[in-house]
Design a protein. Structure first.
Length: 194
């Protein structure tokens, strides 16, 4: 119980430090705007579509129509350009933004959403979410680790064929392990690239 309490305390301390760092970095914050609670931050950012909406609104730095926002998010979610997305893909995102995500962000005072005009803009409180929305660069060089494992496996397989009169079963087991590592490498590289 005390560990959970201390980690929550550490997170709130971290959030208030980041708020201070934002102010020190020159990001304007409204004096009347209170700091977002951890629950509000987590609730706002727990959905990928809301995170995308906030990134696009931040990049636009102006009011956006909900249709334009939905088009950009649909293109991003489907790995297409805005010209390539279908009506159904765009509509699916539009309806979710219109009915759920933008009203929720508006209730949290993170965006200003005029439902009747279909216009959305970021509020000043959204600046508190910036540290969490920034895309972090990969810190490890996973392809190098995988290449080393595959190389060692290939050498072991070649050694079993050339140096020892091992049975065919051992060679097939080594080949299976090597192929499994290659498959995992490919899957991980693909998931990181997305």
């Amino acid at each position: 119980m005390s560990e959970a309490t201390s980690s929550t305390g550490d997170l709130s301390t971290s959030v208030s430090r980041e708020t201070i760092e934002l102010e020190d970095a020159g990001v304007e914050t409204d004096a009347d705007a209170e700091a977002l609670s951890l629950d509000t931050i987590f609730d706002a950012l727990k959905n990928a579509r809301r995170r995308r909406a906030l990134r696009y609104l931040d990049a636009a730095d102006e009011q956006l129509e909900i249709g334009d926002l939905a088009e950009r998010i649909a293109a991003d979610e489907n790995d297409k350009t805005t010209d390539e997305i279908s009506y159904a893909e765009r509509k699916r995102v539009y309806v979710a933004l219109y009915q759920c995500h933008l009203p929720k962000l508006d209730d949290m005072d993170i965006v200003s959403y005029d439902k009747s005009r279909g216009m959305v803009t970021l509020r000043e409180r959204a600046a508190q979410l910036q540290p969490y929305l920034a895309r972090q660069p990969m810190t490890r060089r996973w392809p190098r680790y995988y290449a080393a494992v595959v190389s060692v496996g290939a050498l072991a397989l070649a050694g079993s064929w050339l140096l020892t009169p091992s049975t065919l079963v051992v060679q097939f087991v080594l080949l299976g392990v090597l192929l499994a590592v290659v498959a995992c490498t490919t899957a991980h590289a693909w998931s990181v690239a997305r």
